[in-house]
Design a protein around this ligand. Structure first.
Ligand code: SAH
Length: 206
């Protein structure tokens, strides 16, 4: 997976490649899909949600440029796979999931695997989690029609947010940097995520 799907496609951050090699992705997918855990596509994780393709996860992590002392906010814990990777890459991970069952399963798996620097909350992540702000990095794993204002407000000056923006059928990844209190937006490649549910301007079911 690391050589043919990640390095070959241009992921070069050695810290990201190392954690992608180390974190057991098969632990985070349903029993039935374990034999496909390291393949080049997303996989179902229950509640009609998916764990992203490894390349997209690696690209998002590389773009965040996290440091070992960073505090990061993740929206959409899902299986907890990316949460575990974040837990390896930085000091503190605050992760928000709206489905209580996914949050509970991810939390117990992360505890079993020894991730003591990760906290999972059940909430509407389109509002962020102000109690722990500001964040050095914010990663949104569900598609939004635009950049949610509360999330940008919780990003530290100089911090980075990565978020899929666009309509339900297809989005693009956007890198948002907080620069002088304003968002600097860089458009990246196309992608397809499940929708971010919640807040007024988002879909209300799914
Ligand atoms: N990073 C996850 C991907 C999960 S898919 C993984 O590695 O498995 C996206 C997740 O976002 C889903 O679990 C979905 O329930 C969650 N989600 C959607 N809208 C949300 C919201 N407003 N707040 C929190 N989580 C949300």
């Amino acid at each position: 997976m690391v050589e043919s799907q990640l390095r070959a496609r241009g992921i070069h951050d050695q810290r990201v490649l190392d954690v992608m090699a180390r974190v057991p992705r098969h632990e985070f997918v349903a029993e039935h899909y374990r034999d496909q855990a390291y393949e080049d596509h997303p996989l179902p994780i229950g509640e009609s949600q998916t764990v992203s393709q490894p390349y997209i996860v690696a690209l998002m992590l590389e773009t965040l440029a996290l440091k070992p002392r960073s505090k990061v906010l993740e929206i959409g814990t899902g299986s907890g796979y990316q949460t575990a990777l974040l837990g390896e890459l930085c000091a503190e991970v605050i992760s928000v999931e709206r489905h209580p069952t996914l949050a509970r399963d991810a939390e117990s798996l992360l505890t079993r695997l020894g991730y003591g620097n990760v906290k999972v909350f059940v909430a509407d992540g389109s509002q962020g989690l102000a109690a722990f702000a500001p964040y050095d990095g914010i990663v949104v794993s569900a598609a939004a029609p635009g950049i949610p204002t509360p999330l940008f407000e919780q990003l530290r000056e100089g911090g980075r947010m990565i978020i899929p923006v666009g309509p339900a059928e297809a989005q693009e990844l956007q890198l948002v940097r907080a620069h002088g209190g304003k968002p600097l937006v860089e458009r990246m490649e196309g992608c397809r995520f499940v929708p971010l549910i919640g807040g007024e301007k988002y879909a209300s079911s799914g």
